[in-house]
Design a protein around this ligand. Structure first.
Ligand SMILES: C[S@@+](CC[C@H](N)C(=O)[O-])C[C@H]1O[C@@H](n2cnc3c(N)ncnc32)[C@H](O)[C@@H]1O
Length: 226
């Protein structure tokens, strides 16, 4: 098949998936009223004002972004799950999940005061830990049905070189240890300098371990293979 036709097919498949996600979101709505009920809105707005201009300070915007994440993973529709979010930031995603009776835990470094303040208002627990290549995660003393990581920032060395297959292989094997049988892993990476999300080697590696890879999204919906 000609390259232009292959690319065309790929683009239309991605376009179709995006449209399907949008349709699902409008069918299975997730209204904010019940999500925000009981939150200390006054404190939240005070934090927002004090940190104005910081990337994650616009509460309404990040609530909307994370509502879409919850909807796209259908986590507002099923039974309660145990969810670990790596690089949880201010905990927007986990906060919404808590409203659906999921049991949640974040993991992140402790460098951004805004994140600590948001986590406190949201009542989201965080393990403070820095993910490093070839170093296992701490023992979290439980297994998880879902392990997620959005807008990943831990996959690069200090000189900003992105992880290759070996670093990812180590992390995935380690995550498998923390994953309950039948558990799922969902990762979303940031773009590389060339605008792509993954190198072909890393993309093939994820696929070989059973992931469905779509742009920045890497979804092991049936656990890890191999
Ligand atoms: C771009 S932010 C994304 C935050 C959140 N996941 C979201 O999408 O809203 C990246 C997050 O990863 C965390 N992070 C970066 N490097 C990390 C590391 N080596 N170990 C743990 N967390 C890390 C940052 O502190 C930050 O919270």
């Amino acid at each position: 098949m000609k390259l232009s036709r292959k690319v065309g097919k790929l683009v239309s498949r991605e376009g179709y998936r995006r449209a399907w996600r949008r349709a699902q979101r409008s069918i299975f709505r997730l209204p904010f009223g019940p999500v925000m009920a009981g939150v200390d809105e006054k404190r939240l707005r005070e934090i927002e004002k004090r940190h104005a201009g910081e990337k994650y300070a616009d509460v309404d915007h990040w609530m909307r972004v994370n509502r879409e994440r919850v909807q796209d993973l259908k986590l507002h529709r099923g039974r309660p799950q145990r969810v670990l979010d790596l690089g949880c930031g201010g905990g927007y995603f986990l906060f919404i999940l808590k409203r659906f009776n999921h049991s949640v835990l974040g993991l992140d470094v402790d460098r951004v005061p805004l994140f600590s303040e948001l986590l406190e208002v949201f009542g989201v627990a965080r393990v403070v830990f820095e993910i490093k290549p070839f170093e296992p995660l701490p023992n979290l003393r439980q297994q998880f049905d879902w392990i997620t990581a959005f807008s990943i920032g831990f996959d690069r060395s200090c000189d900003n070189v992105r992880w290759g297959v070996q670093e990812w292989d180590f992390l995935l094997r380690d995550l498998q240890r923390q994953l309950a049988p039948g558990g799922k892993i969902y990762l979303a990476v940031n773009p590389l300098p060339n605008g792509e999300y993954l190198t072909p080697e890393v993309r093939d590696f994820f696929a070989s371990r059973g992931a469905d890879v779509e742009r920045e999204r890497i979804f092991f919906r049936n656990g890890l293979r191999g």
